[in-house]
Design a protein around this ligand. Structure first.
Ligand code: ATP
Length: 208
């Protein structure tokens, strides 16, 4: 934990693992949540520097006449081209990191803060954080959840997204805490236990 900052906790997990659902519980407990993925989308539409960089690398067609991101165009530009995916991430991730730092300054009174991101380790975002939780659910359950949440997505599309994400075992090895959202273990007691341990950690750091 850096001086004068609250404890910073990341929460990650594969598509459909239940990150957002679990964040809602932390939010009910009064913990502010930084939603890195939706914030990244917002920044791609509103951060002037980032927009300029995207146009510079991917062309003016990256934005429509209203100045909003042409997602279909950009998706086609990066489709199956690992180098281009890396490039867009290299443009977006640092801006999100900076935006998160400002957000932390605005939420300093909270005992701890949560940063929710699907690409926590891949983006290097975890380096800004004190603790990381990974939410685990088996793949078949995640596919079922996504199919009932996003009716437009085919099982093949969901599988393709999963295959591009870091394997669950690797995330579990890298994280400090694992939260099992697998319909075998109750979620609420796990969240409450983590909440208590983060409160203790944050108090300890304040008395040091
Ligand atoms: P994404 O990576 O796509 O943002 P996510 O990890 O944030 O996904 P959620 O959106 O929280 O996942 O959950 C996926 C779907 O599964 C949602 O419709 C949610 O309501 C449902 N879900 C999550 N956890 C549970 C649970 N324990 N019991 C029942 N439904 C659940």
């Amino acid at each position: 934990m850096t001086e004068n900052n609250p404890l910073l906790v990341g929460i990650t997990g594969g598509i459909g693992s239940g990150k957002t659902t679990i964040c809602r519980i932390f939010s009910i407990l009064g913990i502010p949540i930084y939603e890195a993925d939706s914030r990244a989308k917002w920044l791609m539409n509103h951060d002037l520097l980032l927009k300029q960089e995207i146009i510079q690398h991917f062309g003016t067609e990256s934005y429509d006449q209203a100045g909003l991101l042409n997602r279909a165009y950009l998706a086609a530009q990066v489709f199956s081209q690992e180098e281009k995916v890396k490039l867009i991430n290299a443009l977006v991730h640092p801006r999100v990191g900076e935006d998160f730092s400002y957000w932390v300054q605005d939420h300093k009174k909270a005992p701890y803060l949560l940063n929710e991101a699907a690409l926590m380790f891949e983006s290097g975002r975890y380096l800004q954080l004190d603790r990381v939780i990974t939410v685990f659910a088996p793949i078949d359950l995640r596919i079922r959840r996504i199919q009932s949440r996003d009716a437009h997505r085919s099982p093949e599309e969901i599988q393709a997204i999963i295959s591009k994400q870091m394997p669950e075992e690797e995330k579990m090895n890298k994280a400090h805490h694992i939260l099992f959202n697998d319909e075998k273990q109750a979620v609420l007691p796990q969240v409450l236990q983590l909440h208590q341990s983060f409160l203790v950690l944050s108090q300890k750091s304040q008395t040091n």
